[in-house]
Design a protein. Structure first.
Length: 486
């Protein structure tokens, strides 16, 4: 199997014209063969039984991680019976697992055309579409799955995630609550109470009614994340905090709930997000990252380039530029013309894989930014860091490391989300979504203490979130230069 490249990803925007029609077909009726079937029908039943046994064998290998063997079995089934919808679906799942989401899409759509009532295939089609960033089409698939099976728990959980991506927090919360309602451990009294509260619009009380259920049953982590995120966005921080505490009890090794709990409570707030948290978030986000930011009108890269070019003036191109926290390489094509050599670094292997596809970097390294810069004495003319320091609260260590990594008089340009002084008396705060914001006074103080000459602190519109603008600071600073005239 091959991975999805930048070129092949664009094909997802050219889905079959009958995509929505395919998902909207009425389900077909399947019936068992009559007991008095003729010999030919009996032979066909024998073949079907053999195919079913083969399908189960393939599924067992698939679950066990023997993907090559499972693929061979699925393909043999399809050679004998090309219209076997389950083999098409399972082969599609396997293709997605091994990096070929384009093939997965084709195979799952083929299965759904054969059996328009195939809920699992429709749901997994939605998962593939979510993975490649086609959220509206994924939402359509999840809604169709729920329409076909109103008790389909995974459909509600996945629809909640799609609604969150679309900024529909109230509907996301409703979908999460519905998923919890459908869990078998939920006692009837709790169900009736929660349903009546929800019907009256008392979302806070309804959410509280489910806490005991959440503690009793390990639900999908995505459901915890979706419900907690929706509660936070609605200002239900106490409920979100309790949800994250329960998540920690059930999954103590997961880095996400602890970080998000601190964001809700303001207690034991870390100075920066852990390496494990960043890797977990961005490895999962890497496939859809570019698509999401485009939809959010992300302005960071262009503003960064304008500032770097202006600051460098006649010194373009510079010798060596570091794209610190390069992610998928979104800034890379814009930065390339202003540097003779360009190095990208990031903690996320998934993000670096996407950056590598752009083929614009001379070198890509999976390292932690501050540690890396401490080891690079006077190595760079420019350090560019777009929307990376939003995962750092305390910036003094980064400032000192950057001063070490830059050549004398070198340029540091970065963006970071804006905090108002009254909300961040210490100079920064951890917001409910897990990112940090900073005050301009704090930024000037920290970087000047590290020996920088701050030349620009400008408020900008960075992107939109839930339909609202996100304000940020665009900062430019020069490292100490013994030849500066002061």
């Amino acid at each position: 199997m091959v991975s999805v490249t930048a070129d092949s990803r664009s094909k997802f925007r050219e889905l079959p014209r009958d995509f929505f029609a395919t998902l909207s077909q009425p389900p077909t009726m399947t019936t068992s063969p009559p007991p008095d079937q003729d010999p030919a029908q009996a032979a066909e039943s024998t073949v079907n039984m053999t195919l079913k046994e083969a399908l189960e064998l393939g599924r067992r290998h698939h679950v066990a991680g023997n993907l090559e063997t499972a693929e061979q079995i699925y393909r043999e089934i399809l050679r004998v019976k090309p219209q076997q919808q389950e083999a098409l679906h399972f082969l599609g799942m396997l293709a997605h697992q091994t990096g070929n989401s384009e093939a997965a899409l084709d195979l799952m759509l083929a299965a759904i055309k054969i059996d328009p009532g195939y809920v699992a295939a429709i749901n997994n089609l939605g998962n593939v579409l979510m993975h490649v960033g086609l959220f509206e089409r994924a939402e359509f698939a999840f809604r169709r799955a729920i329409e076909l099976d109103p008790n389909f728990v995974d459909g509600y959980s996945n629809l909640a995630a799609a609604c969150n991506m679309a900024g529909k927090s109230e509907e996301a919360l409703a979908m999460c609550l519905r998923a919890v309602q459908l869990t078998p451990e939920l006692e009837s009294s709790e169900l009736e109470l929660a349903e009546s509260l929800a019907a009256e619009g008392q979302v806070e009380q309804a959410a509280s009614a489910f806490q005991s259920t959440l503690m009793r049953r390990r639900l999908q982590p995505d459901l915890y994340g979706s419900l907690g995120h929706a509660l936070s966005r609605l200002g239900k921080l106490t409920e979100a905090a309790e949800l994250f505490r329960n998540w920690i009890r059930l999954d103590p090794e997961n880095p996400r709930p602890g970080h998000l709990l601190a964001s809700c409570t303001g207690v034991a707030v870390p100075e920066r997000a852990s390496n494990e948290y960043i890797q977990d978030v961005f490895d999962k986000f890497s496939e859809s990252f570019d698509t999401v930011l485009k939809r959010l009108d992300y302005s960071g890269p262009h503003l960064m380039i304008e500032t770097i070019t202006s600051e460098l003036a006649a010194n373009v191109p510079c010798d060596v530029l570091l794209d610190a926290g390069c992610g998928t390489g979104l800034c890379g094509p814009l930065l390339r013309p202003i540097a003779r050599k360009m190095i990208g670094i990031d903690l996320s292997a998934g993000m670096l894989a996407k950056a590598r596809e752009r083929a614009v970097y001379d070198e890509l390294l999976q390292v932690e930014i501050t540690e890396f810069l401490r080891s690079q004495s006077q190595a760079y003319d420019v350090i560019s860091s777009a929307d990376v320091l939003s995962y750092f609260g305390e910036l003094s260590a980064f400032a000192a490391a950057s001063a070490n990594g830059l050549k004398p008089g070198g340029l540091l340009v970065f963006t970071v989300e804006k905090a108002n002084p009254e909300d961040a008396p210490g100079g920064y705060r951890l917001q409910y979504h897990g990112r940090y914001s900073h005050t301009d006074t704090y930024l000037r103080s920290v970087f000047e203490m590290a020996g920088f000459r701050v030349t620009l602190v400008r408020e900008i519109f960075l992107r939109s979130e839930s339909g609202k603008p996100v304000s940020a600071w665009l900062v430019a600073a020069r490292s100490a230069n013994p030849y500066d005239q002061k």
